[in-house]
Design a protein around this ligand. Structure first.
Ligand code: UD1
Ligand code: MG
Length: 450
């Protein structure tokens, strides 16, 4: 059965107290709404529809940047969850399959839970995801009749007796798409909030002889984000689950609670991550590589056996070859470090290729930017770049070539050549001592006067 996701992301999120739309706030390096699409992907949806409102353009742009193939629809006025779902109808016209309604601010629903809902759809028309709440608060209450779901009552509209029910509505609903739209179109707004409640579809469905049921999940999965404090708590939950799965797949974390992951961090078996490492989005580390303490990685790839850090910074486009070394205070951006190559200390390598086994001396800088444009530096294999070499791009250094320490290299260096680009040394015998004596005398004279 083909599946469509309908992700509700139109709410303003007033309690975030932010100019940014709530669903754009980051969790694990991705905007909140993206997490609903990530877990929704477990159902291999044929279509994804994002219902946007506040800051819709920003949400749409982020979705495109993340590579999602989604349809957007705009809910101009937030008239309720039922009204929000109805906005997705034109985008799904002609779609024959099931629709799942997800919230863009509820990032932890699991793939198993969605699968259980899909299974329940074999025997029921409308499947609602519920949970037993420790503190039911203002959640909608699920009113059962045996295993059948009779209706959902919003807290505001609930009788005292209904408020005692602890089985609550998560908001996730699954039904045949055409039937779902048909049901939401019949929902009215005669209730305590004056809103079109998605939850009303249950009573309407029952009245039409359709069958409704509940699938239960853990309360933790239904955690929704409304405030910055909830966002921070969600980040902790997210990080802990990433740490747990890293350990499970055979990654060593010297101090798990100090390592921070992004939603897409990929670490191979026997990778070792030391203390205080941050993985921003887009990082892959292959098996057996070591990321040493206090390193920051983003948009980069570290091959097997490489050692990065301590105190290294890998920026987008850094490709670290097998068994290569990136040492302390080294920054690499949009550059490839070949197999076994080394950049061990205090170096900036940007817009460059460094050949296999080449050694980059301390203090080397690829001068890639003239203030207007960026240029590339290409260094061949087995080369030796002396300490404190300035490589003024565009420039090419051939294989097995050498640059002398302190050189400013502005012209290409052919294979196996030695390039010296520094002032010639002048040595004056005895002049050092004479200068010392002169300086000491000057200091003593000054002190006498005061
Ligand atoms: C909703 C449910 C409630 C459930 C709770 C779980 C309804 C009527 N109530 O209540 O039963 O227990 O979620 O958290 O469905 N949204 C839009 N457009 C709108 C209104 C909402 O896109 O016009 C989006 C929001 O951005 C949010 C989601 O829908 O992502 C839920 O809306 P919210 O206002 O938080 O509903 P609740 O009152 O919490
Ligand atoms: Mg809510």
């Amino acid at each position: 059965m083909p599946i469509a996701l309908i992700v509700l992301a139109a709410g303003q999120g007033t309690r975030m107290n932010s100019d940014l739309p709530k669903v754009m706030h980051p969790l694990g390096g991705a905007p909140l709404f993206a997490h609903s699409i990530f877990f929704g992907q477990a159902l291999e949806p044929e279509r994804v529809v994002l219902v946007t409102g506040h800051g819709g353009e920003q949400v749409a742009q982020a979705a495109v940047e993340l590579g999602f193939e989604v349809d957007f629809c705009v809910q101009k006025e937030q008239l309720g969850t039922g009204h929000a779902v109805a906005q997705a109808a034109p985008a799904l016209a002609g779609f024959s399959g099931d629709a799942v309604v997800l919230y863009g601010d509820t990032p932890f629903i699991s793939a198993q839970t969605l699968q259980a809902m899909r299974d329940a759809r074999n025997n029921h028309d409308v499947v609602v995801l519920g949970f037993d709440a420790a503190d039911p608060g203002r959640y909608g209450r699920l009113i059962l009749n045996g295993e059948r779901l009779d209706k959902i009552v919003e807290f505001k509209d609930a009788e005292a007796e209904e408020r005692l029910v602890t089985l609550c509505n998560s908001g996730v609903v699954m039904a045949n798409a055409a039937q779902l739209f048909d049901l939401v179109n019949s929902v009215g707004n005669d209730n305590a909030s004056g809103e079109y409640y998605l939850t009303d579809i249950v009573e309407i469905a029952n009245a039409r002889g359709l069958s409704c049921t509940v699938v239960r999940c853990d309360e933790a999965e239904t955690l929704g984000i409304n405030t910055r404090a909830e966002l921070a708590a969600a980040e902790t939950i997210f990080q802990n689950s990433m740490r747990k799965s890293a350990l499970e797949i055979g990654v060593t974390l010297s101090a798990p609670e100090t390592v921070f992951f992004s939603h897409d961090t990929t670490l191979g078996r026997d990778v070792h991550v030391e203390q205080n490492v941050v993985f921003a989005p887009g990082v892959t580390v292959e098996t057996g590589a070591k990321i040493r303490a206090f390193s920051h990685l983003e948009g980069c790839h570290v091959s097997a056996g490489a050692i990065v850090g301590p105190y290294a910074r890998l920026r987008p486009g850094a490709e670290i070859g097998n068994d290569a070394r990136v040492g302390n205070f080294v920054e690499i951006k949009n550059a490839t470090l070949g197999e076994g190559a080394k950049a061990n200390h205090l170096t900036y390598i940007g817009d460059a290729t460094v050949g296999d086994r080449t050694n980059i001396g301390a203090g080397t800088v690829t001068c890639n930017y003239n203030g207007v444009e960026k240029f590339r530096t290409e260094i061949g294999a087995d080369a030796f770049i002396g300490s404190d070499t300035m490589l003024v791009a565009p420039v090419k250094i051939g294989a097995e070539a050498m640059t002398a320490s302190g050189s400013v290299i502005t012209k290409d260096v052919p294979e196996a050549a030695l390039a010296l680009g520094r002032a010639e040394q002048v040595t004056k015998p005895g002049a050092g001592r004479r200068l010392f004596d002169m300086y000491k005398l000057a200091k003593a004279n000054r002190q006498r006067k005061t």
